[in-house]
Design a protein around this ligand. Sequence first.
Ligand code: ARG
Length: 587
Amino acid sequence: MNQLLDLITEEVKLAFDKAGYDSKYGKTSLSNRPDLCEFQCNGAMAAAKEYKKAPIMIAEDVLSNLKDNKMFSEAEAVKPGFLNFKISGDYLSKYVEKMHSDDRFGLDVTDDKKTIIIDYGGPNVAKPLHVGHLRSAVIGESIKRTARYIGHNVIGDVHLGDWGLQMGLIITELRERQPNLCYFDENFDGEYPEEAPFTIAELEEIYPFASGKSKEDEEYKEKALEATKELQKGRRGYKALLNHILTISVNDLKKNYEKLNVSFDLWKGESDAEEYIDDMVQSMKDKGLAYESDGALVVDVKLDSDKKEVPPCMILKSDGASLYTTTDLATLVWRVKDYKPDRIIYVVDNRQEMHFVQVFRCAKKAGVVPEDTDLEFLGFGTMNGPNGKPFKTREGGVMRLEYLLDEINDKMYEKIRENDNMTEDEAKKVASIVSLAAVKYGDLSNQASKDYIFDVEKFTSSEGNTGPYILYTIVRIKSILNKYMQDNSMDNLHILPPESECTKNLMLEIVKYQNAIISAYEESAPSKICAFIYDLCNSFNHFYHETKILSCEDLEKKKGYIALIKLTKEVLEQCIDLLGFSAPEKM
Ligand code: ARG
């Protein structure tokens, strides 16, 4: 279904054409003076130069072809040459009714279906999720849902960090603690036990311990580096340990992501790239791209046009060990082989931008991906604490995501308990739904690339541009609909022409739906959806305060209102689903 603005533009273009002017001047936009009109076209001003004629005369010529157009209730030419329009209530309500009768609210499925891989989440195994991982998960999930809703073939890959020194550290520390385990016996050729020799709690304790120790103890660090290398070379016992670590971590991660309403199609990791590394490196050498520099193997990726220095992309360290760049490059090998993606979007912290510049350039140069595959880095800013500095615990450590979520959950629970219309159990359930919305909306309503301050007080407030405000609005509509349904059927409801300004304004917001979703997809910007639903909620609440809905005596009119608010609710629910959260029944 065409967007309303396009339909209007079409009509205005036709009028330019009929008046003898180039139709390109008919481009019409939303008015930036809503007090004067709803839509405006400034084309006469531009046309004035070409036709050497006063803009107002052109505007009046064009207007004469629009005067009787049923699409507009008002159309006027205003000095110096603006064309101002108000849409007719009849036309508008018919358009909204079409949205109402379509389960996609008029948004067509794309006819240019692409295969898109989204690389997001990026947790590191054996390390608990920290707040830095929140943004990647929340933004990536929303982009995935939106692209899929538009109709693309979208694959979300968690890309676990499971291949670096952290693995060597865990193995080394395990060996210190339990040297007699069969995994460390090089002569062992039996089957390794199915049960891991540690629990998730132990694993989470082992890693920071080993990491701390390696910073003080040179010899220990050497051992860890050696273990990393041996693992990468494929030592059997170490690979078996890696598998245990992976199974245990992944189970735990899945639980955590589930709580965030985030899910992945692929649970691949850096270690899955390992089998492609040798051939890839060989081919880079054969092509004469990879050369030795200070013992390491590198590929030049700088361009003459670079404003900043782009260092060579390191493929192997001097000891032959692979690096973060190596696994990212080799990951592209299987992604291309198995999925032939048109686009790959990486949702990663801004601070890794240079890494991706190097990886993307090297991948194209070496033919790891076809020239026309879009590799996109979607960098996000830092989530800061109330003091404007990166989020830390009171003790100054990295904040675990769990604790942060608990904090906001507790706060939300307190607020919900204040108006005690719920049992304790209900309140708990509602608090968990609303706090997730608070966190996600607090993040997504900002432009992804910007830093933002995680402000528990603000995010949990039910007023202002917040998740709870959006949910309150949805719950308010649900409660009106429920009351209506007690005595009435929901069949045969139709949108009627608006009789009040607030009704018309609500309709004018709803029709922006398609544009919001499409631009959120095209710009990889969930914030566009947030801005749309915030405006829509404001318009709805204005309408709600001005209008007698359930107590309206004219039954036909009442049915029209019910149809309109039901559509509002459905549109809002679709949007929050794309943002990755949902609304409770009551609040
Ligand atoms: N594990 C990385 C980190 O915690 C993020 C991974 C991002 N994705 C990628 N393909 N490199 O920083």
